[in-house]
Ligand binder design. Structure first.
Ligand code: IDP
Ligand code: MG
Length: 150
């Protein structure tokens, strides 16, 4: 199934010059970027974005972290895009993330884990709607489309 997923380079990823590395890995996997923008997340939006974590011990730190600097917000599309990005990202705690994954290769602490990716198609849609207007998500085909499917 062709899906869209929401991906964000978190403030530490931007500060540590990992935007290109992350975009490159998603491109190389065969996923197609359909929206990209740099953004500074206001606190109220961060709270809506991470509403499911309200009340957890790491919540305040998480909101401070995600609003601490610019992020790069993106929508990526492709066959099974949600799971593809989750597998490229690696586990939430970089200490447990496999080598070869983005977190396993670039991060050390769960509170600074470089990248966000939606965990299901429904949350992807919710997150895309929070960060993008319809006209910012581009509908186009790429020349390699035939070479990415059976
Ligand atoms: P995910 O980003 O892999 O989907 P979630 O469980 O949805 O992980 O948590 C959202 C974010 O909250 C994580 O990416 C991480 O930045 C932060 N977080 C989760 N657990 C911890 C923790 O134990 N300590 C500090 N930050 C955490
Ligand atoms: Mg999550």
């Amino acid at each position: 199934m062709i899906e869209k997923t929401f991906v964000m380079v978190k403030p530490d990823g931007v500060q540590r010059s990992l935007i290109g590395e992350i975009v490159g890995r998603l491109e190389r996997r065969g996923l197609k970027p359909v929206a990209i923008k740099m953004y500074r997340m206001p606190r109220d939006l961060a709270e809506r974005f991470y509403a499911e974590h309200k009340g957890k011990q790491f919540y305040d730190g998480l909101i401070n972290y995600i609003t601490s600097g610019p992020v790069v917000c993106m929508v990526w599309e492709g066959e099974g895009a949600v799971a593809a990005v989750r597998s490229l990202m690696g586990k939430t705690n970089p200490a447990e993330a496999a080598p070869g994954t983005i977190r396993g290769d670039t991060a050390l602490h769960p509170g600074k884990n470089v990248i966000h990716g939606s965990d299901a198609p429904a949350s992807a849609q919710r997150e895309i709607n929070l960060l993008f207007n319809d006209y910012e998500v581009i509908d186009y085909s790429r020349i390699d489309a035939e070479w990415l499917k059976e």
